[in-house]
Unconditional design. Structure first.
Length: 291
């Protein structure tokens, strides 16, 4: 590799590391914000979901700090219509607060991020790294980078490595399917019916926590296409791609019902996609049933 290519590769590596550390360092302020801002904001986000004040505050905190990183060129988020641009090379797309409807009942919530080599909307194959934070009893962070998945405990925004090789357990034991049985299409309902007798239900309404259950116990998570909503609910760029990258890096599979989610690009920045993530055999069973 020529010198200039070498330096740009290590510059990208440095920027990815800085994005990860900046997101970790912002988590104490986000944890504080979710306690302070529990109300609605009387606005909707670009994909039409109600926005909580905490959604907006978390988005503000991350946007300021991520755009301050030299190598970052753009910041995109589920909560803002346009991509924010500055000069730099890499592109960060975030779901600043995932599972915010759990704020009221104080259940699982988190942050999802992806670092892309191309400006969103873009395919998941352009991910250089992705990760999520869980603001649970413990603030933890899972990061996928270079084919490796690592888990950290965050204390005062500093990362402490607790697992340097997170891999999906071979044997599936849990499943979590969003949307509700009445809204599923018949083809998904039939395969869900089989799976529910084989695995334990783990569904908490926050993708970060539900995916962490799958990474911990093995199994499958899905927010499938719905009768009324063939595109499903979850955002392709902000939730689907980063989580698919993590699950595939941990040895599992992702799918939009036909192929790896990472091979697809969202039609536009805020597109939604059906998604199936987890144990490869179960994903194959879903793909052969769901069309
Ligand atoms: P967000 O809070 O970022 O809008 O995401 C919520 C998503 C995702 O976290 C979760 O898997 C799903 O919504 C839950 O949807 P239901 O409330 O329909 O179960
Ligand atoms: Mn939302
Ligand atoms: Mn979300
Ligand atoms: Mn969100």
């Amino acid at each position: 590799m020529s010198k200039s290519l070498n330096t740009s590769a290590s510059e990208s590596e440095q920027t990815v590391a800085q994005v990860i550390d900046t997101i970790a360092a912002t988590t104490p302020d986000v944890r504080h914000a979710i306690a302070e801002y529990r109300g609605q904001s009387n606005s909707v986000n670009p994909s039409g979901d109600d926005q909580l004040a905490a959604d907006l505050r978390a988005d503000e905190l991350f946007e300021q700090r991520v755009l301050d990183i030299d190598g970052v060129a753009t910041y995109a988020s589920e909560e803002r219509a346009e991509v924010e641009t500055t000069d730099g090379r890499l592109h960060v797309a975030m779901d600043p607060l995932d599972g915010s409807s759990n704020l009221e009942p104080n259940s699982g919530m988190g942050t999802i991020f992806g670092v892309y080599s191309e400006r969103p909307p873009t395919a998941g194959t352009n991910l250089l790294a992705s990760g999520f934070v869980i603001y649970g009893p413990i603030t933890s962070m899972v990061v996928a980078r270079g084919g490796q998945v690592r888990e950290y405990i965050l204390e005062d925004g500093d990362k402490r490595l607790v697992d340097d090789d997170v891999t999906l357990p071979e044997e599936p034991t849990v499943f979590g399917f969003g949307g509700g049985v009445d809204s599923w299409t018949e083809d998904f309902e039939s395969v869900a019916e089989e799976i529910r007798y084989e695995l334990k239900l783990r569904y908490g309404g926050a993708m970060v926590a539900d995916i962490n259950q799958v990474l911990t116990y093995g199994g499958v998570f899905s927010y499938p296409k719905l009768q009324s909503r063939p595109e499903g609910k979850l955002r392709h760029q902000f939730e689907g791609h980063p989580m698919a990258y993590i699950v595939e890096s941990a040895g599992g599979r992702s799918s939009d019902g036909e192929r790896s989610l990472l091979e697809t690009a969202p039609d536009e920045l805020h597109s939604r996609t059906p998604l199936y993530l987890g144990n490869a055999d179960l994903i194959e069973r879903v793909e052969s049933n769901v069309n």
